[in-house]
Design a protein around this ligand. Structure first.
Ligand code: SF4
Length: 491
C-alpha cells in the first residue's frame, strides 16, 4: 500500500509502523495516522487501536519531540529488534494496551515514551527523564545487528522515490567519525557483509526484477571487498545493467572504479568535501587532502563521467569568512582543472545532531549569508550551486534539539501552517500559552526555551539533553572528548 497515493486505510491494523530518516518528515507521521483513522496522541488510543511504533535515524537519535504521538520506538537495527517485537506483540494480544506497553518497555532496545516522565526546574530547564515505575529501565540502549546481511529493496516500482531501482545496502555506519555526522556516530560499529554470502545474493535478487542497481551506504567504497564487487558487476553477462552509487570518499576513488562505473551507465560521481578550508576539514575530522579531491576529479574526467557533485557545509563551529573563501577558491580551481565536467556544489547549513560530538553547538545565523556568498561567487564561474534552505535547517535543528514540549507545536503546524513562518508563529504561541497542551498535562508550555536558546545557542556539555535516557553507540564522556579534540586542533 502507498500512503501517498490515496489507497484506502487498512480496516483493522494491529500495528502501525514508520521509519523516519529526516527530521522534517516528522509531521507526516501525524498525517498518516489521521489517514488511517488512528488517534494522533498516544494517550487517546484505546485497547483496540493499533500500537504505533517507529524507528530510523530521527527516532533513534532524539525521539522526544514525537514521543507523545508514538507508542513504541525501536532503538537500533530492525533486523535485531523487529523479530522479537513482533513475537511479543502476538503473544500479548489478549492484554490491555497499558499492560502490553508495560511489558514491551522492559525489552532491551524498546523505548515506550509514555512510561517516562520529564522533570523540569521552575524555569523550564530539563532536569531528568525518569521511568514512571520501577520495572522500567532508567535508560534504553540502541541494539546492533551483527549478522552477515544488510538490507535491500523489497518493493520495486515506478512509483517509488527512486523508480525501478533495487537498492542494496553495502555497508552500515562509517568508520570516519566526522564530528557532525549522525550516519556515522549513531549507527556504529561499521559493518560490511561478505561479498559471497551478503552482497552478491542481494544484487542477484534485484536483477531478477530490474536492471537498475543502487549501491547504498554512508561509506560504500570502504567495504573491504568493494573493488571485487565492482569486478563482479563488470562481467560481460551483466551488460545492460545500470549502476548508481551514493556518495563516495574521494580518497578511495580509483581510475578502475570510474571505468566500471562509466561502463555500467553511471554519469556522475558524488564526493563530500565538507569545506575547501583545511582548517575546517581538520575540525570535523575529515581526513581528506586537496590532492585527493583533485585526483578523484581527474579520474572522473579521464574515465568519461559527465559530472561531479561535491557536498559542503557552512556554519560549522569556529568557521570564519576566510573558510568560505577557501571553499569558493577550491571549487573555482577544480572547475578550471576539469572544465569538461559539470560541477555542482550541494551545500547545507550545519545542524547539530544528537549523539554526535557537535550536538552541543547551535545553528550559526552567519550560515545564511555564507550560503548566499558561495552562490554569488560560484555561479558566474559555471558552477551549479544548490544551497539547502537555511530556514528549513533552522526547523531541522528545532526538531533535532527539542524535547516532548514541542509536540503541540508539531501538531499545530501541519497542513496549511507547515511553512517556515508557521513554525515560528506556533512556537511563539506555545510559549505564550496560546496552544492547547493536550499531551503534557503537568507541563506548562510557557516553559519552552526561547527560539534562540533551542536553535542557535551552544549548550554546556553538562546540560541534561532530551535524549539523555537513550544510550547510543558512543558514551557521553567519549563524545565530550571528541568535541574537545576537534576544538583543540583549532586553537
Ligand atoms: S565520511 Fe561521510 S559518512 Fe563517514 S563520517 Fe564522514 S561525513 Fe559521515
Amino acid at each position: 500500500m502507498f500512503t501517498d497515493q490515496g489507497d484506502s486505510p487498512h480496516r483493522s491494523p494491529e500495528l502501525f509502523g514508520i521509519s523516519l530518516s529526516w527530521e522534517l518528515d516528522g509531521p507526516i507521521l501525524l498525517d498518516l495516522l489521521e489517514q488511517q483513522k488512528i488517534p494522533i496522541w498516544n494517550h487517546e488510543r484505546k485497547n483496540d487501536d493499533p500500537i504505533v511504533f517507529g524507528g530510523g535515524p530521527v527516532l533513534t537519535a532524539n525521539p522526544e519531540p514525537l514521543a507523545p504521538f508514538i507508542d513504541v520506538v525501536l532503538l537500533g537495527d530492525g533486523e535485531q529488534l523487529l523479530p522479537s517485537f513482533i513475537d511479543q506483540i502476538s503473544k500479548l494480544r489478549n492484554l490491555s494496551r497499558k499492560e502490553r506497553l508495560q511489558i514491551l518497555g522492559q525489552i532491551p532496545g524498546i523505548y515506550v515514551p509514555s512510561l517516562y516522565e520529564p522533570k523540569y526546574a521552575s524555569d523550564g530547564t530539563l532536569l531528568a527523564i525518569e521511568p514512571i515505575n520501577s520495572e522500567i529501565p532508567n535508560s534504553v540502549s540502541k541494539q546492533t545487528w551483527l549478522g552477515n546481511t544488510l538490507s535491500h529493496s523489497k518493493v520495486i516500482t515506478p512509483d517509488a522515490a527512486w523508480p525501478n531501482i533495487h537498492m542494496v545496502e553495502v555497508v552500515r555506519s562509517c568508520p570516519e567519525l566526522c564530528r557532525f555526522c549522525l550516519a556515522s556516530y549513531l549507527t556504529l560499529p561499521f559493518r560490511s557483509p561478505s561479498l559471497e554470502d551478503g552482497l552478491i545474493p542481494a544484487v542477484e535478487k534485484g536483477l531478477t526484477t530490474t536492471k537498475r542497481i543502487g549501491l547504498l551506504g554512508a561509506s560504500i567504497t570502504q567495504h573491504p571487498q568493494f573493488a571485487e564487487l565492482l569486478t563482479w558487476l563488470n562481467q560481460d553477462h551483466f551488460d545492460g545493467i545500470r549502476l548508481s552509487l551514493s556518495s563516495v570518499r574521494a580518497s578511495t576513488v580509483t581510475s578502475k572504479m570510474i571505468k566500471v562505473l562509466t561502463h555500467r551507465g553511471c554519469k556522475s560521481l558524488t564526493i563530500a568535501i565538507e569545506s575547501g578550508s583545511e582548517k575546517m576539514r581538520a575540525l570535523v575530522n575529515k581526513k581528506l587532502s586537496e590532492e585527493e579531491i583533485f585526483t578523484a576529479a581527474k579520474y572522473a574526467n579521464e574515465g568519461g563521467l559527465k559530472a561531479i557533485k561535491v557536498y559542503g557545509i557552512v556554519g560549522l563551529p569556529t568557521e570564519e569568512d576566510t573558510d568560505i573563501e577557501a571553499t569558493a577558491e577550491l571549487l573555482i580551481r577544480l572547475k578550471r582543472t576539469i572544465p569538461r565536467l559539470r560541477l555542482t556544489l550541494g551545500v547545507s547549513t550545519f545542524v547539530p545532531k544528537a549523539h554526535t560530538p557537535f550536538q552541543w553547538h547551535g545553528v550559526r545565523p552567519e550560515a545564511k549569508k555564507r550560503l548566499q556568498k558561495l552562490t554569488k561567487q560560484l555561479k558566474p564561474q559555471g558552477i551549479d550551486v544548490r544551497p539547502e534552505s537555511y530556514g528549513w535547517s533552522v526547523i531541522q535543528a528545532l526538531l533535532s534539539r527539542s524535547d516532548r514540549r514541542l509536540a503541540p507545536v508539531i501538531a499545530n503546524v501541519r497542513g496549511s501552517h507547515n511553512s517556515l513562518g508557521g513554525w515560528k508563529a506556533a512556537y511563539n504561541a506555545a510559549r505564550k500559552g496560546e496552544l492547547l497542551n493536550t499531551n503534557t498535562q503537568s507541563i506548562s508550555l510557557t516553559m519552552l526555551p526561547s527560539w534562540e536558546e533551542i536553535i542557535h545557542n551552544s549548550w554546556s556539555s553538562s546540560r541534561v539533553l532530551p535524549w539523555h535516557h537513550i544510550e547510543g553507540a558512543i558514551k557521553l564522556n567519549q563524545l565530550i572528548q571528541h568535541q574537545k579534540q576537534a576544538l583543540k586542533n583549532q586553537a
